[in-house]
Design a protein around this ligand. Structure first.
Ligand SMILES: *Cc1c(COP(=O)(O)O)cnc(C)c1O
Length: 467
């Protein structure tokens, strides 16, 4: 064993060999040295455990390949691009919405140059970062005023902190939802200092339930979009309009957390009706909050619109400063909102909308194209088939809605590789590819895979199927 240890090359020799190979030249030398030490440590541990016994394995030619692979793997950025072949459009774990190219361009401009972020070009004096999108938001939603914060959780927190701190907010029990990532309405309310007044039963809440809960302590009535779940069967919810009528009688604002808010009507594309932001504003909600990066298809943001009398104090809340959006978000959001001025342009240009509204025919065509590309690249190593399947909107929107699609299924043939192994190994390639297993095949959904990614997907699959 000690014989084997002695065969291990020194760090300096290895560094020299790496330098001669011309690879990893971009790695700072101290980091390279640390990584080589880590790798040598692993080799020593393998000798100790008896995993490594042959002296040939410790000579440079044999060490070289695994060392380069180790350096490639450990030195690449941790936060990386991933290919989403899951068919879940607003995939929260994979970064929710992709930005439209106009938004990407606006972000690039905003980062590379100085801007009028908080500078008024009319007066040459200090300006406000919030004015850039307020007018657009008002035009698109019909609201009197608006502002944008870091995300919708922040929007809800800020709204309640401003309008209901230390007072009561009436909410239906059926709407006390958990969104995921530990965002729970009751917890956010507690943090904001608003006191939760639950009314109704889990499945049914009536107008008189709200009415009976109103006391001099009541600050507002809150409606929360149930987002990620549906109650089916014996069920009743009070409409926003009814809540507004009740609120008006008592001089109370109705706050509406729409969650995955949108300006776009998806019913012509076969999806069920979801209230748009315009509808919530028109129904008389005092304040409406929604996410920028869910079905809206923009950057991460929490958008707050509504009546000026309620929005102004929200803007002035000191907490707003802690939740403010940065210039990249602002640039992306303005560019995205501009596209909505023409809904058809928005549908074509905003990736989230384009993916959700892709037709079954189009998806079948794209599945065929993807299958041809995969067959060409994978050859005899896999059988590629087309399968009927369904995609999801994701992001807590349309939880029960199946979007019909055509999946491209892969059955590995070589080395009797299992589909689970293929799925796992695809996470360790560059870029990683995330798909799903259905009908015993590893499946790719063309809905979330752009045509430009077909060749790349084929290439990473090939690297896994014939390593
Ligand atoms: C998603 C969601 C939130 C949280 O929004 P983020 O933008 O993820 O912070 C809040 N409320 C509802 C109803 C939601 O669906």
């Amino acid at each position: 064993m000690s014989e084997l240890y002695r065969l291990l090359p020194s760090v300096d020799l290895i560094l020299q060999r790496i330098s001669e190979s011309g690879r990893h030249a971009h790695l700072p030398r101290p980091l390279l040295k640390d990584l080589v030490n880590v790798h040598l440590g692993q080799l020593r541990a393998d000798i100790r455990s008896g995993k490594l016994t042959a002296s040939e394995e410790l000579r440079w030619p044999a060490l070289e390949g695994p060392l380069h692979a180790f350096l490639d793997r450990t030195s690449r950025p941790h936060f990386r691009r991933v290919i989403n072949a899951t068919g879940v459009v607003v995939h929260t774990n994979l970064g929710r919405s992709l930005l439209a190219r106009q938004a990407v361009q606006a972000v690039t401009e905003a980062c590379a140059h100085y801007s009028n972020l908080e500078f008024s070009l009319d007066t040459g004096q200090r300006g406000s970062r919030y004015t850039h999108v307020e007018e657009l938001l008002c035009r698109l939603t019909g609201a009197e005023a608006g502002l944008v914060v870091n995300n919708n959780a922040a929007a809800v927190l800020l709204m309640l902190d401003t309008l209901a701190k230390g007072r009561e907010v009436v909410v239906s029990r059926g709407q006390l939802v958990e969104i995921g990532g530990s965002f729970r309405i009751p917890d956010v309310m507690a943090r904001s200092g608003a006191v939760l007044r639950e009314v109704g039963a889990t499945n049914r809440t009536h107008l008189h339930d709200y009415e009976r809960a109103i006391t001099p302590e009541t600050a507002a009535l809150l409606k929360v979009h149930a987002s990620n779940y549906r109650i089916i069967g014996f069920h009743k919810e009070v409409s926003l309009r009814e809540m507004v009528a009740l609120g008006d009688q008592h001089g109370l604002p109705v706050l509406d957390d729409l969650g995955s808010g949108n300006f776009f009507d998806f019913t012509p594309y076969g999806l069920g009706h979801e209230p748009t932001v315009q509808e919530a504003v028109a129904a008389g909600a005092a304040v409406v909050t929604f996410s920028g990066d869910k079905v809206l298809g923009g950057p991460q943001a929490g958008i707050i619109v509504g009546r000026r009398a309620y929005i102004e104090p929200i803007k002035k809340n000191p907490m707003n400063r802690a939740l403010r959006i940065d210039k990249m978000t602002l640039a992306a959001l303005e560019a995205t909102l501009r596209l909505y001025l023409d809904p058809e342009l928005a549908r074509r240009e905003i990736p989230t909308l384009r993916m959700i509204t892709a037709t079954p025919d189009e998806l079948r065509r794209r599945a065929n194209k993807l299958a041809r590309s995969l067959r060409r690249t994978l050859g005899q190593s896999a059988k590629v088939v087309l399968l009927p399947g369904s995609s999801r909107v994701g992001g807590g929107a349309y939880p029960e809605q199946d979007l019909p699609t055509t999946l491209v299924g892969i059955h590995p043939i070589v080395h009797a590789l299992g589909v689970e192994t293929v799925r796992d190994r695809l996470l360790d390639v560059d870029p990683p590819l995330v798909g799903r297993i259905e009908h015993d095949a590893f499946c790719l959904d063309p809905r979330t895979l752009s045509d430009a990614e077909h060749a790349l997907a084929a290439q990473v699959l090939a690297s896994v199927l014939h390593p």
